[in-house]
Design a protein around this ligand. Structure first.
Ligand SMILES: [Zn+2]
Length: 277
């Protein structure tokens, strides 16, 4: 459900990525952001379809999912207040590469995808945080693929719980075993058995579709290295937002010189390493 536009600024958006945009940018883009309420299970877009909106979650948590021809699907990444759903919109593509499904109801900012693409083409200061975020997202996508191939479901479930808890910013959230099995791409009975094991160990509590994390340290110990790898990528992203000096925003910047220059710089050897520094 959409609500009226709010007067927004970098200080009250409650989304880490939007907050990284310099204040000068807000004069250009703030009025194009719309605060909306997302409901659990809502499909924001399906893979292969045109992106209508890009979403910057506030309290909502969104799963990026890949579907199969037989109807099965699996979560390939999760996005919360640290990121954006619809990176293709500013990567010169208007088609979603994965589906976007709301895992936890809440609020988000949204902007029309073509509008965001136009803004990014004109303001390099907007592009850099988005590209840095995309790099962290790629780490999550790659690590999820490797994890699904090499690690046990017990380890995968621990990773999944920790990544979701980070984005919920609380110890308790709503999720059913059915939903977890769909996101992990395994049978529900298998997820239930793993969850029971974690519950007996005192690491989680589950009942009536409500899951509570009781032992975060324990889950980190039970998880494979994949959680730490992904967490580290997002920690570097957050540090880069805090450390990055404001990028000069020229009111009449040549749109042909800003984003292409940024993309050109990223193609240089070690450019991605420099972004992580
Ligand atoms: Zn793993």
């Amino acid at each position: 459900m959409a609500s009226a536009n709010y007067r927004t600024s970098a200080t009250n958006v409650h989304n880490q990525l939007l907050a990284a945009w310099p204040s000068e940018v807000w004069a250009h883009v703030g009025s194009d952001l719309e605060r909306v309420e997302l409901v659990q299970g809502q499909t924001l877009h399906e893979a292969g379809t045109a992106l209508k909106y890009v979403y910057f979650p506030i309290s909502a948590v969104v799963s990026l999912v890949s579907g199969m021809q037989d109807g099965g699907s699996a979560e390939v990444a999760v996005v919360g207040h640290e990121g954006v759903v619809g990176v293709c919109a500013f990567m010169d593509g208007a088609v979603a590469l994965s589906g976007g499904e709301v895992q936890t109801a809440g609020h988000a900012w949204r902007m029309r995808a073509p509008v965001l693409a136009n803004h990014v083409a004109r303001h390099a200061a907007m592009a850099l945080p988005l590209l840095r975020y995309t790099q962290a997202l790629l780490v999550q996508l790659a690590q999820t693929a490797a994890c699904n191939r090499h690690h046990s479901l017990h380890q995968q479930l621990c990773r999944w719980l920790l990544l979701h808890q980070d984005r919920h910013r609380c110890d308790e959230f709503l999720v059913t075993h059915e939903r977890m099995s769909n996101l992990l791409g395994v049978r529900r009975e298998t997820v239930t058995a793993c969850a029971l094991k974690l519950q007996k160990a005192g690491l989680i509590r589950y009942g009536r579709g409500r899951l509570a994390i009781l032992g975060r340290r324990g889950l980190e110990g039970e998880s494979c290295e994949c959680y730490a790898v992904v967490r580290s990528a997002y920690d570097r992203l957050r540090c880069s937002h805090l450390a990055a000096p404001p990028v000069a925003v020229h009111r009449h910047a040549d749109p042909c010189r800003t984003l292409p220059n940024v993309l050109s710089a990223l193609r240089q050897p070690n450019a991605l390493l420099a972004l992580q520094a």
